[in-house]
Design a protein around this ligand. Sequence first.
Ligand SMILES: [Zn+2]
Ligand SMILES: [Zn+2]
Length: 143
Amino acid sequence: MAEFTGGCLCGAIRYKIDAPIAGLRACHCVNCQKSSGASGTVNAVVPSASFRLTKGETKKYDDSATRSGRTLSRHFCASCGSPIYSHRNPDPGFLVVRAGTLDDSSALRITGNIWTSTARPWAHIDPDTECHPENIPVPAPKP
Ligand SMILES: [Zn+2]
Ligand SMILES: [Zn+2]
C-alpha cells in the first residue's frame, strides 16, 4: 500500500509514493517563485524509486538551476498546469515532490528552508526551522 498518494488539480495526473516523508523543505529560489506563482515551492524529497505515476503522463520543462546551472527537470500536468515534481538531470536518485499535490499531508511540517537569500519579503519563514541562504546538497536517501 502506498504511504502517500497525490495528483494534479484536474485529476489527469495521479501518483503514489512508497516511502516515508520525514519533513518538508521550502525552496525560495526565484525559479520556484516563477514556477509556482507564489513565494516558492514546498517539497517532499523522496527516493526516485519510491515514486510512481498511476495515471497520466507529465510534461516537463528543463530548467537551469539557480547558480549551479544544473539541469532541473520540472514535471507538470499539461492539462491544468499543476507542478507535480522535479529532479536533477541526470537523476541523482531522489526527486522533489510538490507537497501541495499530496492528498493528505496533515502529518507533515516544514523542517527546512533553502534559498532564503532570495525569499520574497511577504514569504512566511518559521525561524525555528533550518534555514539556508542558498542551496544545500541533499543527501541521497538511504536505500
Ligand atoms: Zn491536471
Ligand atoms: Zn527552488
